[in-house]
Design a protein around this ligand. Structure first.
Ligand code: HEC
Length: 155
């Protein structure tokens, strides 16, 4: 790899080919988190927290320095897990990879969201649901992590 592992989110966010047939993608992602991040402390340290992707990248960098490691496939699953379950996104400011990962949409749908916000910012989930390819049931699951401010995600 040529960069830190958490930079490879396109590998994680775009793929639908995870896992053996017997294990669902979601389970194998959580397993990877337990293996990679549960070695030195209980995953409970972070499993209930939400942060911006930038803040999670700081954590990943810190943990890598402390010795966190895994196969490329495990690390891709870890990034997918964090994006899908623990990452805050701002529909009006976040980059395409974060929109795709957090909302669970294809890259072209994330690009369509960006095109639309350039002419008019999104105000709420209903407006976001109107973008073709956005799955309202996924938005409902993730709504506590979806922000619409003009300002970047915090904390
Ligand atoms: C090689 C050991 C090791 C591994 C593997 C590891 N951590 Fe840690 N982690 C630590 C240590 C040491 C601390 C500091 C504990 C303390 O301050 O009491 C810590 C603290 C944390 C904290 C609390 C501090 C903060 O910045 O909020 C979080 C969150 C965290 N780890 C997340 C993770 C995640 C996510 C992974 C997997 C990518 C991971 N850790 C893997 C050693 C590790």
């Amino acid at each position: 790899m040529t960069g830190p592992w958490w930079c490879f989110i396109s590998l994680a966010a775009g793929s639908a080919t995870f896992g053996a047939a017997t294990v669902s993608a979601a389970e194998s992602e959580l397993q990877a988190v337990q293996v990679v991040c549960g070695r030195c402390h209980a995953p409970a340290v972070f499993l209930k927290q939400t942060r911006s992707w930038e803040r999670w990248n700081d954590v990943f960098a810190d943990m890598t320095k402390r010795g966190a490691n895994g196969s490329e496939e495990q690390l891709a699953r870890v990034t997918t897990y964090f994006l899908e379950n623990l990452t805050l996104v701002n529909i009006n400011t976040s980059p395409a990879e974060e929109l795709a990962g957090v909302l669970g949409v294809r890259d072209d749908v994330a690009e369509a969201i960006i095109t639309r916000r350039q002419s008019k910012l999104f105000a709420n989930l209903a407006q976001l649901s109107e973008v073709p390819g956005v799955d309202p049931s996924k938005l409902e699951q993730r709504k506590s992590r979806i922000l619409f401010g003009p300002e970047p995600t915090s904390p």
